[in-house]
Design a protein around this ligand. Structure first.
Ligand SMILES: [Zn+2]
Length: 497
């Protein structure tokens, strides 16, 4: 698979256009512009309308055979009627992605297990393609976008279809055959000026897309002209990548604070000198667990390289060790909970230290925040800020307290008019009608995500019925192993309703 030459600004693109016009002796060239997906590159082969092979990019010459994994991608058709266009064998290039939503869910699950999350969706997608467990690949919800027909053979007696005379035509053909190709995002322009304008406009939009892109691809639209322009020793002369601005910056690590999560896990958070990256000021970055600090060899006082990809959480790539003065200080992970001062514990095979005091105020507040959140009972008008406020003022002590709020006292607080109180009352009332699986998920039992909550809700009619189930009985349910079952039994034993 070939790599494209990169451009970073208007001047580079104009230069690319000038060279293409000189070589072709044309006054103006028609280009097709589309987003440059930021995932793992794949090559697919369809023979007689069936997907027969999928490979990664590898070193550009030989990639890994990932046919079994590629078949797990729902947005990729296992068969497509290429024969309708007179095509016998087709080789397609594309990009495998994990969309921002799936990426967040995947990372949340890693964090819940006390593991460090993946840095970006690109690593997540490329890494998933190489794992040896096809069912796990399916669970991770990869998507595939295809953007190039790189080779084909015709059925006997057939001629090249009209669609395969231009790049835009080939993208439409793929779309019509059931592939995801960027037909909605692509534009065809005459001349480079409109191409540049579209690239710059699209850069503004990148955060609104459901998946990551790191630039745009500009291609000569006409395939004959592409052939005429040919290649340099490294890159095609008929295509150019326009890279968006890098989302990296350097800052100084000022301090590390420790946050207590809903299940007691202690998360170190780096406080850095505010740095402006990709349109946002970053001053606080999660370091996830002690191992991350050790692996990256971070010290307080370090100059650090920070990256932020889209609306993905920012992360520290590495410290710039060569800039150390000798005054940097080792980071000492605490032995006691920063909130309730209980001794911290670490289970074997886990990366996170935990506060195991179930009444730890930080955990109680986090559990309530989770309880009212959108994917749980979705009590609008509550939010993190209000939960924390009521909790600190002693107006709310635990989850049952949500249904016994003293609205007279809340009405006296600043910012709470009659209207907002009515809204909150309504939302709390409505939460009683939420389905059981949401309630189970909302309780924030360790290892019980939305899927497991649904499995449990199917088994019983009432939350309290769960208490009747033994660990062995729980383990007979789908996707519930000893660890999850143990956590459920442990939690319900402490649940006093
Ligand atoms: Zn604690």
């Amino acid at each position: 698979m070939l790599s494209l030459d990169n451009s970073y600004n208007e001047v580079d693109l104009k230069d690319f256009d000038r060279k293409a016009r000189q070589l072709s002796k044309l006054e103006s060239i028609t280009y097709c512009v589309e987003p440059k997906f930021d995932g793992g590159s794949i090559s697919l082969i369809y023979e007689n309308d069936f997907l027969t092979r999928g490979a990664t990019r590898g070193n550009g010459v030989a990639g890994d055979d990932v046919t079994t994994n590629v078949r797990q991608i729902r947005s990729l058709p296992l068969s497509a009627r290429f024969s309708d266009y007179g095509l016998q064998q087709v080789e397609i290039r594309g990009e495998v992605l994990m969309n921002k939503n799936s990426f967040k869910k995947y990372n949340d699950a890693l964090i819940e297990k006390g593991l460090a999350p993946l840095a970006n969706p690109r690593n997540a997608a490329a890494g998933t393609l190489r794992i040896k467990d096809p069912q796990e690949v399916r669970r991770r919800n990869l998507e595939a976008f295809v953007y190039h027909i790189s080779d084909y053979t015709l059925l006997p007696g057939k001629e090249i279809p009209e669609a395969l005379k231009t790049h835009a035509g080939s993208l439409k053909l793929l779309w019509e055959l059931g592939f995801k190709s960027p037909v909605n995002e692509m534009r065809v322009f005459d001349g480079i000026d409109l191409v540049i304008k579209y690239c710059l406009e699209f850069e503004e939009e990148r955060d609104n897309l459901p998946y990551e892109i790191d630039g745009m691809v500009v291609k000569v639209n006409d395939f004959d002209l592409q052939d005429q322009l040919g290649m340099t020793s490294h890159h095609p002369r008929w295509a150019m990548a326009f890279k968006f601005k890098a989302r990296q910056g350097t800052s100084k690590l000022l301090n590390v604070e420790y946050q207590v999560g809903r299940t007691g896990s202690i998360t170190p958070v780096a406080k850095i000198e505010p740095v402006f990256i990709g349109g946002v000021t970053v001053s606080s970055i999660s370091l996830f667990n002690e191992d991350v600090i050790r692996e990256k060899d971070l010290m307080v006082g370090d100059t650090v390289l920070v990256e932020r990809a889209g609306d993905v959480i920012p992360y520290i790539v590495k410290p710039l060790a060569e800039l150390r003065s000798g005054d940097e200080k080792k980071i000492k992970f605490p032995h006691h909970c920063p909130v309730c001062e209980s001794k911290l514990f670490k289970e074997e095979g886990e990366a996170a230290w935990r506060c195991v005091n179930i009444e730890c105020p930080a955990q109680v507040a986090e559990r309530m925040i989770h309880y009212v959140s959108k994917d749980a009972l979705d009590i609008k008008g509550f939010g993190e800020a209000n939960i924390k406020k009521f909790f600190e003022l002693g107006l709310l002590k635990d989850i049952p307290g949500i249904y016994k709020l003293d609205f007279d006292a809340i009405g006296k607080l600043e910012g709470f008019g009659a209207k907002s109180i009515e809204k909150l009352k309504d939302a709390i009332e409505q939460s009683k009608n939420q389905p059981l699986h949401r309630l189970i998920f909302a309780l924030g039992i360790r290892f019980v995500g939305e899927t497991t909550a649904k499995v449990l809700a199917q088994k019983v009619n009432h939350l309290l019925d769960l208490k009747q189930l033994t660990q062995e009985e729980l383990q007979t349910l789908e996707d519930i192993g000893p660890k999850v079952a143990g956590s459920i039994v442990h939690f319900l034993a402490m649940l006093i309703i």
